[in-house]
Design a binder for this molecule. Sequence first.
Ligand code: MRU
Length: 363
Amino acid sequence: MKINGTPTRTIWLASDGWGVEIIDQTRLPHELVTVTLRSLADAATAIKDMWVRGAPLIGATAAYGMALAARVDASDAGLAEAYRVLHATRPTAINLKWALDEMMAVAREIVPTDRAAAFYAKAFAVCDEDVAINSAIGDNGHAIIATIAAAKPGQTVNVLTHCNAGWLATVDWGTAIAPIYKAFDAGIPIHVWVDETRPRNQGASLTARELNWHGVPHTVIADNSGGHLMQHGMVDLCIVGTDRVAGNGDVCNKIGTYLKALAAKDNGVPFYVALPSPTIDWTVADGVKEIPIEERDPREQSHIGGKTADGTVIEVQVIPDGSKAANWGFDVTPARLVTGLITERGVCPASPEGLRGLFPERC
Ligand code: MRU
C-alpha cells in the first residue's frame, strides 16, 4: 500500500543485498522508523518485541531470520538452533511455524554452502506469495461488501474490525482490511469502525494509521462500543483477521474478538474472518481447547503510550500502584459464531467440510 503516495511493503531487502529492513511498528502511529535486521538475534527480537507483528508478517520475518542465520551457520545443527530460537518468539500465530517449515524443506534439498542464497530466494518468495494471497482475499471479500452495498444504494457500508489485520500485519494488502481497500478503491462508499484493541492498541495505532494513509473513512472506538453499534444498526458486517484457524473452523484472534462475534450473532450482523491458507493449522481439531494463548507482559495493560501536546511520545501508568494486571493476547471464537472464512481460494463455512472443500489436497 502507499505511504504518502509511495508504494511500501512492511519488509524488504536492504540496499546492501542481505540486511532486512522493517518498519518498527512500536513507533507507530506517531513516528515512521525503519530498522535493518542483520542477524538471527535481530530477527528474533523484532518478532518477540513486536517491532513486527501480525501472523503473516511474523512468518515473513521468520523466513528472513533463517536466511540471516544461514549466512553465519548453515549446518544442520546451526539451522536447527535458528529454528528453535525463532519458533520460541511468539506461540500463537501459526504462520511462524509454517514459514520455518518452508525454509527447512528447502534446506533438506541442498548442501549447506548453497543454503544461504536459497533461503534468501525462498524468503523473497514467501513475501511475494503473501502479497498475492492477500490480494485474492481482498477480491473475495470485496464481493461480499459489494453485495451489501448493492442492497443499500447510495448509503455507506459500515465495517467493524478488531486489532490490525491490514497491510502492516502482512507483507502488503492485509487480510481483513484487504477487502476494505479493494471496495474503497472501487468506489464503494465505506466507513470502518476501528476497535482500539487494548491493551496494545493495534487498532488505534496501526489500523487507524494505515486507513488514514490510504484515505479510507474510519472512526476509532473503544473496544466496548461494538455491541452498542451493532444493536443500533450501525454495523453492516464485521471482518477480522486471525492468527490461527483450527481444522474445525474455530478462529484464534486478538483478545476481544470473541466478544465481538457474540454481539454480532445476537444482532444478526455477518461476522467474517479473513485468512491466508498458511494461517490454517490442520493439526488442531478443536481450536478452543488446543490453541496456545500467548500471555504477554502485564505492563502492556498497566501502562499506555501516547503523544503529548508538545509532540513528545511518552508512556504513562493507568492503574494504581500495587494493583495487579494480566494480559492474555488472544482468544478463540467458536466456528458456530463465524458467518464465513474469506480465503485466497474463496469464501467457505467455518467448518471442517468448508475448509476441506476449498483445500481438498488436505483431505
Ligand atoms: O499480537 P499481534 O499484534 O501480532 O496480533 C496479531 C494481529 O495482528 C491480529 O490478531 C490480527 O487480527 C491477525 S494477524 C493478520
